[in-house]
Design a protein around this ligand. Sequence first.
Ligand SMILES: [Ca+2]
Length: 463
Amino acid sequence: MKKIILLLPLLFSGIIQAQEDKPQAPNIVVILADDLGYGDLGCYGSEKNPTPRIDKMAAEGFLSTDMNVPANVCSPSRSSLLTGRYPMRNGHPIYRAHYHSRVETVFGLHPEEITIAEMLKPAGYHSFMIGKWHLGFDIKGSHPMDAGFDQYWGHPHNYSFTGYKTSKALIRNRTIEETNVPFTEITPTYNREVVKFINEHPKDKPFFIYMAHQIAHSPVAPSTDFAGKTKKGKYADFVHELDHSVGVVIDTLKKNNIEQNTLVVFLSDNGHTGSGSSAPLSGGKYTTMEGGHRVPAIFYWPGTIAKGQKSDTSISSMDLFTLFADIAAAELPSDRTIDGKNIKDIILGKETKSSHEFLYYYNAHTLQAVRKGKWKLHLPRTKQEQPYWGKAGRTMRFYTLTEPFLVDLENDIGEKTNVTKDNPEIAKALQAQAIKIQKELGGFKQLGSDQRPGWPAAEIQYK
Ligand SMILES: [Ca+2]
């Protein structure tokens, strides 16, 4: 008996020691810009938009010149970021715009999809979503809090979205807190809420913040503090406000002494519109040119990610899912295909080879291009196959194609010259891959073997 009494305190102190030695899982913050073009930040060559905070983040972290989103409009891009799966695979390949058709508004993110928030939960993470959800907020089963988030604050739609109680509203969790909110008052509340959350969050529990801004989507309307500030026009003021908000997050992490234990990822959901720029790329939002799918992306984690890295290794927004699982020691789902790859070694500067053998460019349900390394093949298409491109109004190049168009992205980033004739074998191989992947992911009027059909929701909330 005496022995046991002596041993017990030792045993307990051993357990406590083991817990103290276990490194705390890092916090994760994703800051998603809306419709921010590849050429819209100072660190990506913009001379118009002052973005000192994001530029500093890039200088002190990892900047990707080849971050690809698998969709060129808001909703499908967000669905794939959160699930690590191509939009065709996860059942949300089209965007949510109530004025196009009723069908598009009555389904959202499928409840059986697993989001980053759900994946991180068993690893002890508390998840907070701020801002534009755009994945069926009003639909039962598709609300952020049905998708693993513990807390929500924000305006969940495009500001132009009308006819719902949640239109132009600010919502806390599932409760409408303010209605008829002027657009210019929304972003300042995001800053207020993110600061409050970080300041108050218990230091011994890791968090995941998904902060999805309304900036730089229309309406281009900077808040009072930013209107006229840059003297370079409204759009520059707007992007400058976004930059300021990024600075607010970084400063708050620093103030709480958790900057070294927090990975911050900044990226955009798709290419530019209106006053923005995707220079030196061609095309923008709604198009499957590089300007629609290649976005700015910066990874910042002082003490872990080395400063001043600039990488042209192809990565995808779907990779965040897999990267976060790794750094959080969370389990990846084993019952489904995850398209995201673990890019940890890439952002740590240990690997320069891309894990993506192919990248697929879908415009809604239509596969329009396949890329392998520097080679990108634009596939023939008719205007009937695509709901978006014609609405873009900026470029009609590639709107329809009668013949395949092969581009060498290394030497022709603007996608000007068709080199199919000089490289017939490459074009043929990419065409074969296009046929193969459509059997799996689906295509226009073709259901793939691993494609979740969009789901009709039975019940609309807030109505
Ligand atoms: Ca967008």
